[in-house]
Design a protein around this ligand. Structure first.
Ligand SMILES: [Fe+2]
Length: 719
């Protein structure tokens, strides 16, 4: 029964206003005064998922035992207590906070007025005293027919270790915000991952449940800790939510949240983590379940289906559905998706054998003709020279603790010769004369996967053109399943919701970047193997380009679709476009991290620590010049109108019946390690970039020197 009380969220149906006692937030029991007790609510209060008549209100009590938590709601403009006049069968405005859910409680408050500010607090009784929480403030969504602009912020990626949430402090200086959207990486599951986390100072995470946590060995021999147990994940939310700037944001505004990868595990798909790059199977349903449960307990999110009962024993993804949509008056339809739960594995598996041929010239001919670059020469390794070469390759694999049974079939000659050279084999390299007799095709190594278990060439830094041909082949072969992003049910819902929306703007809250971020190294002084065009990251939509094209085509037809995304720790603005059809595009705004290490710094760290990249001359300076590389004139990213890769912050949106304005508020990465929470002049830290989209077009505009300019992808200029 207790579980049911929490999990079904008591419905407090307000059927009318009780007589208030004037302007002050008077208690319904004036003879029993409420005293300040915020220390009993160490994560403060939060609200979320606002609708015209309802909102979710959340708190957590610091308690060892079960404790009854009472909710008080006040209509702020009129200063009246709102009585829970009609009680639901599940129990009205009192819930039991129990250890089952880490003493978190959530109420769905219904029957509210649209577009109205409500104040609320929670009350517990201890030692005969009535102790009140901090007072929160929230706002219901405007009514469906409200013809007013909607103002909201969106954020992502708020690592806690050594870093401060100055972005929220500035966000709260914005007048008249309706809500904020969190696109994920609300927590980071790792502690002390030196690849991107600060490990000095007192703002660090150290798991209490050490027996329950995961210790991850990195490629360079260092280790870091990661959440594994339910207690580990809960501790992360308790810790992050202990930050006063984040608390203030939740006390002032309702949040709409989805998760990305770090609410569970870096670069995950489904219940599978990727720390070990395929050395072991990192699928762990219990870990996913723990991550989901903690998220659900701590986030002020609603249930999609009112009849839904959260079952901690259910197997993900059946435990919770987070894709959902909201409307705000006549002009904004916010559609939130889940791109982590149902997606397919990365197209190039981290444990793929680099030499394995994945696309022969013959297959290329079937799918659009053989390009000039028809891949390398290939050899049937089992038959070649009586299997002697296969034996040598298997010995090399075994020495690297890599499964030898994958060394079979068609193998890249370039890979064979590399391995022979590297291992000092007595076998002669396969020579030019032999090559002329061999067929050609693409192996994983041609996509830049150069080692046995690696993220480079798998999730990061993949050769664009061979990858595109391989992806197209797999997409056709699997009937699209190779690029499953949302799964069939979510995708059907998503497209149907978008197509049938009657709001001016369809805003797609999407965890990760839609726009291709490609770098062309073909003319640079790097080793010949690197002189080509790369995707920096294919863990995002770049790894699902065919599915992306299909969706973008649909969304372009819907019109007035704006994607708001995050994950990449940089600000980008542009127009993701269907490859090969410039007329089909939408507008995207990518917000940088609130605090997590910036895109450029992460790239620089990767180059420094990766065994392959660290050996590539010039790679470090290229990482430091990534903005220029991305915006190379006549380069591959014509759709990319704006990039800021060294800043943190948030993005502000104002959407009306005629236009949607977006502003990046960005502060330098050097300020992320400094608290500006009490800084009265925090605005001076923030640089701003303004953009506009006009209803009826999918163009991106900027006012430059007082003149309205449009981004022209063909010439890569504002015209
Ligand atoms: Fe992130």
């Amino acid at each position: 029964m207790r579980r049911r009380q929490f999990l079904r969220a008591n419905v407090v149906t307000i059927s009318g206003w009780a007589l208030g006692c004037g302007q002050s937030s008077s208690s319904p029991e004036p003879d029993r005064p409420i005293v300040a007790g915020s220390e009993h609510f160490p994560q403060s209060v939060a609200s979320g998922d606002p609708r015209p008549d309802s909102v979710i209100l959340w708190t957590r009590v610091d308690a060892a035992e079960d404790v009854e938590v009472e909710l008080e709601v006040y209509n702020a403009p009129v200063g009246e207590y709102v009585a829970p006049a009609q009680w639901s069968a599940d129990g009205g405005n009192v819930q039991l906070a129990t250890a089952d859910h880490d003493h978190c409680v959530k109420f769905r408050v219904t029957g509210l007025e649209p577009d109205t500010v409500y104040e609320y607090r929670f009350v517990i009784e201890r030692d005969g005293q009535r102790l009140g929480s901090q007072t929160g403030r929230t706002r219901t969504a405007p009514a469906d027919d409200a013809d007013r602009p909607v103002r909201f912020a969106f954020v992502s990626c708020q690592d806690f270790s050594g870093r401060y949430y100055n972005a929220y402090v500035h966000m709260l200086t914005q007048p008249d915000l309706d809500f904020f959207v969190h696109l994920g990486d609300y927590i980071y599951e790792t502690a002390g991952d030196e690849g991107f986390q600060d490990t000095a100072g007192d703002r660090v995470v150290e798991f209490d449940d050490k027996d329950g946590m995961l210790t991850v060995a990195r490629g360079d021999g260092d280790t870091f800790d990661a959440a594994l147990s339910l207690d580990n994940y809960r501790q992360l939310y308790r810790t992050f939510r202990g930050d006063v700037a984040l608390q203030r944001a939740h006390e002032q505004l309702p949040m709409l949240a989805i998760w990305d990868d770090h609410e569970f595990s870096d670069d995950c798909w489904g219940a599978t983590a990727t720390y070990q790059d395929g050395k072991v199977d990192e699928t762990d349903v219990d870990r996913r379940r723990a991550a989901n449960q903690a998220w659900f307990e701590y986030m002020p999110v609603d249930y999609v289906d009112p009849a839904f009962e959260y079952d901690p024993a259910a197997t993900p993804p059946g435990d919770i559905r987070i894709w959902r949509d909201f409307t705000f008056g006549r002009h904004v339809h916010l559609v939130l998706t889940d791109l982590r739960t149902h997606r397919a594995d990365h197209l190039v598996p981290e444990d793929a054998y680099p030499g394995t041929v994945v696309l022969t010239a013959a297959q290329l001919e079937d799918t659009g003709g053989v390009p000039d670059d028809a891949g390398g020469y290939i050899v049937d390794i089992d038959a070649y020279e009586g299997g002697a070469y296969a034996d040598a390759l298997r010995a090399a694999a075994a020495a690297a603790d890599y499964p030898t049974d994958r060394v079979t079939g068609a193998i890249s000659v370039a890979w064979v010769n590399d391995v022979l050279a590297d291992t000092g084999s007595d076998l002669p390299l396969i020579d030019e004369a032999t090559l002329a007799t061999l067929p050609r095709g693409y192996a994983f190594v041609d996509l830049m996967k150069g080692s046995y278990n690696s993220r480079i060439g798998s999730r990061y830094l993949v050769a664009r053109d061979p990858f595109a041909r391989y992806a197209a082949h797999r997409y056709a072969e699997t009937d699209g399943e190779s690029e499953r992003a949302m799964g069939a049910e979510q995708e059907a819902w998503f497209l149907d919701t978008m197509r049938s929306s009657t709001r001016t703007w369809k805003v797609w809250g999407n965890e990760f970047c839609l726009m291709p971020l490609q770098i062309d190294l073909s003319l640079l002084a790097v080793p010949p193997a690197f002189q080509r065009v790369f995707h920096i990251n294919v863990d995002d939509w770049n790894g699902m380009g065919n599915r992306r094209d299909a969706l973008l085509g649909e969304l372009a037809d819907v019109g007035n679709v704006v994607a708001i995304t995050g994950d990449i720790h940089a600000f980008f603005a542009g127009t993701p476009t269907v490859r090969g059809d410039d007329s089909k595009k939408i507008v995207e705004f990518v917000t940088s991290s609130v605090s997590s290490t910036t895109f450029q710094r992460i790239l620089q760290n990767q180059v420094e620590t990766d065994p392959v990249l660290s050996q590539v001359s010039g790679a470090a300076s290229l990482a430091g010049a990534i903005k220029d590389l991305l915006q190379l004139p006549s380069g591959p990213n014509g759709h990319l109108a704006y990039a800021d890769v060294t800043a943190h912050g948030y993005t502000l949106v104002e959407a009306s019946g005629t236009e949607l304005n977006a502003t990046f508020y960005a502060h330098a990465d050097t300020e992320a390690t400094v608290s500006h929470y009490e800084d009265a002049d925090i605005d001076r830290l923030f640089r701003k970039a303004y953009f506009r989209v006009e209803a009826g077009s999918a163009e991106l505009y900027q006012d430059l020197a007082g003149v309205r300019r449009r981004w022209d992808a063909a010439t890569q200029t504002w015209v």
